[in-house]
Design a protein around this ligand. Structure first.
Ligand code: ATP
Ligand code: MG
Length: 244
């Protein structure tokens, strides 16, 4: 949990720092597209057409969300792409193909938001990616989910994307005052050790308010602990990009 919140707010911080950022929304629920300020019902071309047509560029669908912040939007019909892509031999490589276009060079970083399920949409994200950031809600049951996700990820890595690296495990919606949250964080650290990044604190008012007003935390609640945590995450990601 916290994927969409992380993609949008990390992207917004990077863009504000002059990093040319492309966000890709692969979730039929299109929460990222909505947070970026677009009405998915009105969009004619979205990731649906890119995936279904096997397009070799994202250019026709890309929207401008803010300075340095571009978005390849999602729409509800992406849900049917899961089925419609069926057994097409290149069904898992459609996003990778579109990102291989020369136009992608105009971005310094591409952040892909995936759905909660491990279907063909998520696999497209995993195949196209160089690095994987796994947001995990700080709750007792989350760790089981992470193990399942990692097993699937290593399967994809072994078969379809040998270069995929783990960037980190990001504890999200962290409520320091809740004992269960502390225990979940401790468990994450004991399993994933140095991969565990600094937690993103819970801030219901700031996060809900920012998404309802289609603004990043950085603008809606710049002083909030969650906004500050995304600033630090952006610093970490920028440093990792420099060294990799
Ligand atoms: N730091 C936070 N503090 C408080 N609420 C948060 C925080 N981060 C995320 N949330 C809330 O938790 C919910 C899930 O977050 P988000 O949409 O980012 O998760 P997701 O992983 O994208 O979920 P899905 O799998 O449904 O796409 C949202 O209602 C969001 O507002
Ligand atoms: Mg989401």
């Amino acid at each position: 949990m916290g994927k969409t919140t992380t993609v949008f707010n990390l992207g917004a911080v990077l863009a504000a720092r002059g990093v040319r950022t492309l966000l890709v929304d692969l979730d039929p629920q299109a929460a990222l597209t909505a947070w970026a300020g677009f009405d998915t019902g009105r969009l004619k071309q979205t990731m649906y057409s890119v995936l279904m047509d096997g397009a070799d560029t994202l250019a026709p669908i890309v929207l401008r969300a803010a300075d340095n912040l571009m978005l390849a939007p999602a729409s509800l019909d992406l849900a049917s792409a899961e089925v419609a892509l069926g057994s097409a031999p290149d069904r898992a490589q459609r996003l990778q193909r579109a990102l291989q276009s020369s136009e992608t060079a105009q971005y310094d970083i591409v952040l892909v938001d995936t759905p909660a399920t491990l279907g063909v949409l998520t696999v497209n994200g995993l195949v196209a990616a160089h690095q994987l950031l796994i947001p995990v809600q700080c709750e007792a049951l989350s760790m089981r989910g992470v193990r399942a996700v990692l097993e699937a990820v290593w399967l994809v890595r072994g078969r379809l994307n040998h270069g995929l690296e783990l960037l980190g495990v990001l504890p999200t919606v962290f409520r320091a005052e809740v004992p269960g949250a502390q225990a979940a964080l401790a468990e994450m650290q004991s399993v994933f050790r140095n991969w565990v990044l600094a937690p993103i604190p819970a801030d219901d008012v700031a996060v809900t308010g920012a998404s309802a007003s289609s603004a990043p935390l950085l603008r809606h609640a710049p002083g909030s602990a969650a906004a500050q945590a995304y600033l630090r995450l952006a610093e970490f990601v920028t440093n990792e990009q420099r060294t990799s």
